[in-house]
Design a protein around this ligand. Structure first.
Ligand SMILES: [Zn+2]
Length: 397
């Protein structure tokens, strides 16, 4: 054989082997690795409740037009990051004795990150009827980590946090439905694909500034979203059944938009009435408009920023509880309504409160990566080492 022929055969063989190797690698990787389809524009004819909702639908149902004042106004109060003894006491004070017009308890959503979280307190929030949701194990090292995260990384961060909640706080995984990315940093389709793969319902990390009047309602990613992309990359694939709870921004006293209350650069003066009036103004954009759910998104640390912040927030929550048509619920409960919207009272009965038993134990365990000792309160049984991403249950490795 001539040298050139030998070279050609060699090349062909190498190419064949390489493509086989690539195929094998593809097989062992995540099963979800099928290519996503590009999302098409949404139309009401193709996209129907309860499974599908277009992002441009400004009312729960078109026939509610002219009856906006009969649409129940949802208020979703959410807190991010670790739950500890100090902020737990504040959460208890805020929600204590508050109920909705249907007599059900007013509740909120807690997007939990793992480090420094007191899982006994998480169990108490859960048994009180609050929604427990996910905000990752590590919280990540800045925005780059989350922007560049692939589906597997996001699945691992939120999947591990889910396991921890089941084991250490006795939270039923079926009740955990949503995530919020640290720093609100989504990573295009990846974050939403992870939501789907984990069997969750929604993401609540995506702020909108352009759709605040009329405000945006939650929608699904079956079709292309019209939402403005504030912290990209934003998704462009069809991800049927994944809900987006858009973070409709507030307006501060200088007219700037803020996705979370504590991100407002120019809040009013540290005065109960001034803060209260400002919250009311932001609320009225929803209540006197299309009644899109009103989000009050913050970190408990905000209460330490001014002497009157906590009192103002509490006063405002008490004020909300006096309306005949305002419902303070977790995000997942609000989404139940969005899937089956009615005028007037939104639900026929209250959510059944979980009642899981938790024997508090207090543990001193070592964080393997740094050698530090970490104090941790959990239900029933201490882990061997401080739980982390690669060892969510803190077992002996
Ligand atoms: Zn956070």
């Amino acid at each position: 054989m001539k040298y050139a022929t030998l070279l050609l055969i060699g090349l062909l063989l190498a190419t064949a082997l390489l493509s086989e190797a690539q195929k094998q690698a593809g097989k062992t990787k995540n099963k979800s690795k099928q290519a996503l389809l590009k999302a098409e524009p949404c139309s009401a004819a193709k996209c129907k409740l309860p499974e599908c909702r277009c992002s441009d639908a400004i009312l729960p149902r078109p026939k509610f037009k002219g009856k906006e004042h009969e649409i129940p106004q949802f208020v979703t109060i959410t807190f991010d990051d670790a739950v500890n003894a100090v902020n737990y006491a504040q959460y208890e004070l805020l929600f204590d004795g508050l109920s909705n017009p249907d007599g059900c308890a007013a509740t909120g959503t807690f997007f939990l990150s793992h480090e420094y979280t007191d899982y006994v307190r998480v169990n108490a929030l859960y048994n009180a009827g609050h929604e427990i949701a996910l905000h990752s194990v590590t919280h990540g090292d800045g925005t780059d980590y989350w922007r560049d995260a692939d589906v597997e990384t996001i699945e691992r961060e939120f999947g591990a946090q889910l396991q921890m909640l089941e084991t250490f706080a006795k939270v039923n995984a079926k009740h955990v439905q949503g995530i919020r990315l640290p720093f609100l940093q989504i990573s295009g389709n990846n974050s939403f694909e992870a939501v789907k793969n984990l069997g969750l319902t929604y993401d609540s990390s995506w702020p909108t500034q352009q759709h605040k009047e009329p405000a945006m309602w939650p929608y699904t990613l079956d079709y292309l979203s019209i939402q403005d992309c504030q912290i990209g990359p934003c998704p462009d694939a069809a991800l049927p059944g994944v809900w987006v709870n858009p973070m409709v921004t507030w307006t501060d006293t200088e007219g700037y938009s803020c996705s979370m209350i504590d991100a407002c650069a120019y809040p009013p003066a540290d005065d109960v009435d001034a803060l209260f009036e400002w919250m009311l103004e932001n609320f009225n954009r929803h209540y006197k408009g299309n009644r899109a759910p009103f989000g009050m998104y913050l970190h408990a640390a905000w209460f330490a920023r001014g002497r009157n912040y906590f009192a103002a927030f509490k006063k405002f929550m008490h004020h909300l509880s006096t309306y005949p048509d305002v419902y303070m619920t977790g995000v997942s409960r609000m989404l139940e309504y969005v899937k089956k919207p009615v005028l007037g009272q939104p639900f026929k009965s209250c959510e059944k409160k979980p009642n899981t038993s938790c024997q508090p134990v207090h543990c001193n365990v070592q964080k393997v990566s740094t050698g530090e000792t970490r104090y941790m309160s959990v239900c029933d049984k201490c882990p061997i080492v401080y739980p982390w991403l690669d060892n969510p249950l803190g077992q002996d490795m």
